[in-house]
Design a protein around this ligand. Sequence first.
Ligand code: KIV
Length: 271
Amino acid sequence: MSTEGKIRAVTTHRLMEMKQRGEKIAMLTAYDFSTARIMDEAGMDVILVGDSAANVMAGFDSTLPITLDQMIYHAQSVVRAVKRALVVVDLPFGTYQGNSKQALESAVRVMKETGASALKLEGGLEIVESVQRILSAGIPIMGHLGLTPQSINKFGTYSVRAREEAEAVKLAEDAMLLERTGCFSVVFEKIPAELAARVSASLTIPTISIGAGGGCDGQVLVVHDMLGITNEFSPRFLRRYADLYGEMTRAFKGYLADVKSGDFPNEGEQY
Ligand code: KIV
């Protein structure tokens, strides 16, 4: 049978191979069908249905309020669009911490109801029982260390993590633990680049950076930030690839003016 025209899907195994041959992994968040389709067709390696949906889709000031049902809705929309990228879904706050039985139930629901390929969980040693139990069901897990937004009430701020020696040591130990337990990858959020590069080099699983520098095996950004829709959010690590806030404002104003003036619709735009 010809393999011509067949799409070779990205798998957790392929991400490992990418790390081994030094090919960087490109990951972005998506929460809806239309954006995920454009992203997948552009060739993105990994699409994360992040709980940052709570911020950029729903307008909350933290990721804590988003529910499992809402994450499942977003993930279903993304999975319907994606043919090639690996789709990873965040387990939201309150669905896996401190209770590994509940963690497995949450994980199984997401996998059964969305068709996604993997899950992401925040934390190290504190959540290792949940990680083990989910992995035992054959569900791949991406870890997330450093700034973990679901713990914002513990940290108090969204500033850079693991600048102090003790926290840096714990992060390195947690990363090793996640690898040993069987996670296929780990996100490092907002930690010093030197620490991220050092820990990354000591791991065999790929590391993905958001504000953790170029020494990781891949990069992730929130799509609304890199497209310049959230124009008030400007952390140092963010590179903007478009100014959709400006573009959309121009389009909305143009439409408004055309409707008010009677210019839209014209003869050719009606039946
Ligand atoms: O929810 C999210 O968007 C994330 C990324 C910031 C990694 O977890």
